[in-house]
Structure formats: C-alpha cells, structure tokens
Write a protein that binds this ligand. Structure first.
Ligand code: PAF
Length: 283
C-alpha cells in the first residue's frame, strides 16, 4: 500500500518534514517540477528512488523563469492529479510553496549564470529563463539539501546549467540527468503538450522524426551544415516556426561541425501556433 507523502507549504513545515526524513541518516533525492506531472516526471521520480532512500518532489510554478509575454498564467496546474501520482509512486515529501514563500516581499537576489547558460540556444529566445531557473533551483537545493537531484534531458541546456551551478556554488548535490520519455509516436513528453490542438499534435511528431533523420545523415558522413539545412526545411514545411536546429558538443554545448568533435547532441526548438516545443537526441 503506498503511503501518503508529507506535504509542506511553509519553511517551518519543510524543516520539520526534512528532520523526520533525515532521521537514521537517510539519503535524499529531489525531483524539482512545476507540476502538471506526466510519465516523464514519473521516470525522474523512479530514477531518484534508485539513487536515494528518500524522495522529495517540489511542485512550484516559478514566476521568475517566465517572461511577461509567456504562459505563467495559463501554465497547467493539476494539483489533485499530481498528488495522486505522487502517492502511487510512494514519494516521501512534496514541497509545494507559494510564490510568497519563495519570493517574499523585498526579495532582491538572483543567481547570474554564464557558460552553458549563454551558449546561444534557449538563452537566445528566452533571455530571462536561466536566471530564473538557477535562482529557484539554488533556493530549492538550499531549502532541501538533497544528496541527489534529478532533471530531465529534454531540457538539455537546463540540465547543464543546473549541474554547472551546483558545482560552482559548492551546493553539495549530485545533479543527475534522466532520458527523455516519448509518446508512442515519438513526441517528447511535456506539460505544454496539452496546449496543442489535434492538428498541431499530429504535426508535432515531425520534430523527433527530423532529429532522427538528421542524425542518420550525420552518422553517414554528410556535412553537418547540409544535414541541418534539410532538417530545418522539413520542420518549416510541417508548419513550425523554427528557433534553432543545432549540433552541439554534448558536454560544453559549444557548436560542432563534424562527427570527430563527439560527443554530439542535436537540439531543436520550434513553435507551432502559440506552443513552443523543444527536443534533442544524442548523435
Ligand atoms: O524543468 C522544470 O520543470 C523547471 O524549469 C524547474 C527545474 C522545476 C525549475 O522551475
């Protein structure tokens, strides 16, 4: 029978819950989320469970990582369904603070990120994003002090930014990446997929297909620039406005132009209608 997790919404309640979980020196893994949980999040939780004795999940839709024109107000909030899934997974702690707890009146401190956060991928189109992510994740790490934290590889640049920050600030947490979980037709799972109309949803499969086709051409020895141009055209033809389709070094995120610069990661971001999707694969 799965047990109900401890649920904390204030810092004193969080401290109390952590003291209980940390009794007997238990290791603790954190899965930071913004809720609207899907099978991708569940895979992170299961990986966390393999890495530590106790698992905490945070659910907080973080305002500082949204620009004013973005979807903060409409971001899906599905607390009841999320909690049911967390109970079924046997999660030990849910940290669900309000914005007034995370950013109380007078809040005036931000984490400034460089390196992977300024490599010209997501940061080019969402300049506010990684500062907001780094600030909230630094707070989550400080509040919860996990031994391990699990992030999805779907947000590949985010994973690199958070791992770099944890090392640079000596936060004492091991950041672990988890593979992308896909729908049967290849679309990477995302809380934002609910925004897609049926027609957009049908066309959204093009992203994963293009990633795989482009990878096959690259592996066969075709020049990267030619492969990327063909991929970009296929994405545009499917009705997407492409932000980028790029080959990058999988560790440094520096641009790469040939297979001998491996490990290579292929990353894409594109918008269909009002929905922006991202995806990536290992080449
Ligand atoms: O990937 C997400 O859901 C968010 O960016 C994160 C890491 C929970 C920070 O708000």
């Amino acid at each position: 029978m799965p047990h109900s997790p401890l649920i904390a919404r204030t810092l004193p309640a969080l401290s109390k819950a952590l003291a209980r979980l940390r009794a007997r020196q238990s290791t603790l893994a954190l899965v930071p989320t913004m809720g609207a949980l899907h099978d991708g999040h569940i895979s992170l939780i299961r990986l966390a469970r393999r890495r530590a004795k106790r698992v905490a999940v945070s659910i907080f839709v973080n305002p500082t990582q949204f620009a004013p024109h973005e979807d903060l107000a409409s971001y899906p909030r599905t607390w009841k369904a999320d909690l049911a899934r967390l109970v079924a997974e046997g999660v030990d702690l849910v940290w669900n603070p309000g914005a007034d707890i995370m950013y109380p009146s007078g809040f005036a401190t931000r984490v400034a990120v460089e390196g992977p956060a300024t490599c010209g991928l997501e940061d080019r189109f969402r300049p506010h994003f990684f500062g907001g992510v780094a600030t909230v994740v630094a707070k989550l790490f400080t509040q919860i002090r996990p031994d391990v934290a699990v992030f999805g590889e779907k947000d590949f640049q985010q994973l690199k930014v958070v791992a770099r920050m944890a090392r640079d600030l000596d936060l004492g947490v091991k950041v672990v990446g988890a593979p992308i979980v896909r729908e049967r037709d290849g679309l990477a799972m995302s809380s934002r997929n609910v925004y897609l109309s049926d027609a957009e949803r049908a066309r959204a499969t093009v992203l994963h297909r293009v990633l795989k086709d482009t990878r096959a051409r690259m592996r066969a020895g075709a020049p990267f620039a030619t492969c990327l141009d063909a991929g970009a055209s296929a994405i545009a033809q499917a009705g997407f406005a492409l932000d980028y389709l790029e080959a990058r070094h999988a560790e440094t995120l520096a641009p790469v132009a040939a297979m001998d610069e491996a490990p290579v990661r292929l990353l894409v971001a594109a918008k269909i209608g009002t929905t922006r999707l991202i995806d990536n694969i290992k080449v």
